[in-house]
Design a protein around this ligand. Structure first.
Ligand SMILES: *Cc1c(COP(=O)(O)O)cnc(C)c1O
Length: 387
């Protein structure tokens, strides 16, 4: 039986699927079971920053797999120690410790728990259009009713305010607020970039009223936006920084980086069986080293600015706006995006939606200028043809 038939029969049904079976990847390219080649601007939802099956990560995983795969955090471990040291050495100023886990939602979940633990307050303020993950806590911070409504009641204490509106935030944060959680560039919500004054204002508000500031960089972290962390565009000093997606070259991993205002984390208070496992730590170390050695944040800034300009030059009525920061780009359309994603796939380019109308590009940061040019050309063609 063929791959698509088998999967369709036995999978949960939780995912909207595209009619293609991907079996191999290299750099910014993927191949399907028929051998058709694609330029990959999905990159595993932004995971494959350093490209698919990057040899540096492959080698690190192979070596670590034959030495030690699992080792819970109740023991110390050589690779984990090295990763923690490296993570903190590259983290934005003021972040000095880390909790390791296995996904973005888990990183958000941990941050929310630490915020309540630290402040003794229940309230969490999040933004409209925010996406923070699908577990009950992270989902409570996520905004889209489509993700939330089937699972009510969610965790109490959460509220949502309009993004990029300091006044609304000032009204929402009070003596019951444990934390404000924000993406500095909303990804899933449609590629919306916050203003510096807004973020600085929210940070000041949090400090003044004793709430913690959690920045969710699960999608923007490790170079995606043209700096190692997106909050560095805005001189932000969050109390907690959530990361995951690209941190370990495709191996599942997440982390929360912690500042000095995060307190009361005592032994036994939180944990994860797989968190900080040596296999993921080895993959993360190799990934971070690769990102630094090849200066991928600078590559993302340069290539992203080039692609943004090219895409903004497309003269098609269907385009409402083209926005982006680094290699995180959204093309906001006047129509539903799905048919255009399908048309792009036919032309050998894989891209993502962000909400109903935004075509999102999250290519590996190692994509070549030529490949990126092909992507821009294909986007222009499908938007002209069908717009
Ligand atoms: C993808 C994403 C998450 C959730 O990550 P998972 O690994 O899918 O749980 C959380 N926050 C942001 C900003 C994301 O982009």
């Amino acid at each position: 039986m063929d791959i698509i038939e088998i999967e369709s029969r036995y999978t949960s049904g939780a995912y909207p699927k595209r009619e293609v079976a991907i079996v191999r990847g290299k750099g910014a390219r993927l191949w399907d079971a028929q051998g058709k080649e694609y330029i990959d601007c999905v990159a595993g939802h932004g995971v494959a920053l350093i490209g698919h099956s990057n040899p540096a990560v492959v080698q690190a995983i192979q070596e670590q797999a034959s030495r030690l795969i699992t080792c819970p955090e109740v023991f110390y471990n050589d690779v984990r120690a090295r990763l923690l040291e490296r993570l903190i050495s590259i983290a934005p100023d003021g972040l000095e410790r880390a909790f390791l886990c296995n996904s973005g939602a888990e990183a958000v979940e941990a941050a929310l728990k630490f915020a309540r633990l630290s402040t003794g307050r229940p309230g969490i303020v999040a933004a409209m259009r925010a996406f923070h993950g699908r577990t009950m806590g992270a989902l409570s911070a996520t905004w889209n009713p489509k993700y939330r409504d089937p699972f009510l009641p969610l965790v109490p204490g959460f509220s949502h305010v309009p993004f990029n509106n300091l006044e609304a935030m000032a009204q929402a944060v009070d003596e019951n607020t444990a934390a404000v959680i924000l993406e500095v560039v909303q990804g899933e919500g449609g590629i919306h970039i916050a203003d510096k004054e807004y973020l600085q204002g929210v940070q000041a508000l949090c400090r003044e009223r004793g709430a913690l500031l959690i920045i969710d960089e699960v999608q923007t972290g490790f170079g995606r936006t043209g700096k190692l962390f997106a909050c560095q565009h805005f001189d932000l000093q969050p109390d907690m920084l959530c990361v995951a997606k690209g941190i370990a070259g495709g191996v599942p991993m997440g982390a929360v980086l912690l500042g000095p205002r995060v307190q009361n984390i005592k032994p036994g208070i939180h944990g994860s069986t797989f968190g900080g496992n040596p296999l993921a730590c080895a993959a993360a170390l190799a990934t971070i080293d690769y990102i630094l050695e090849h200066n991928l944040p600078l590559e993302a800034a340069r290539k992203g600015a080039w692609a943004l300009k090219k895409l903004q030059e497309i003269d098609a009525r269907i385009i409402r706006q083209v926005r982006g920061l680094g290699l995180m780009i959204g093309i906001d359309l006047r129509k539903r995006v799905t048919p255009y994603l399908r048309a792009l796939m036919k032309r050998g380019v894989l891209a993502l939606p962000a909400g109903r109308t935004v075509l999102r590009l999250l290519p590996p940061l190692v994509i070549s200028q030529e490949e990126l040019g092909q992507v821009c050309q294909a986007v222009a063609q499908v938007l002209h043809e069908e717009g």
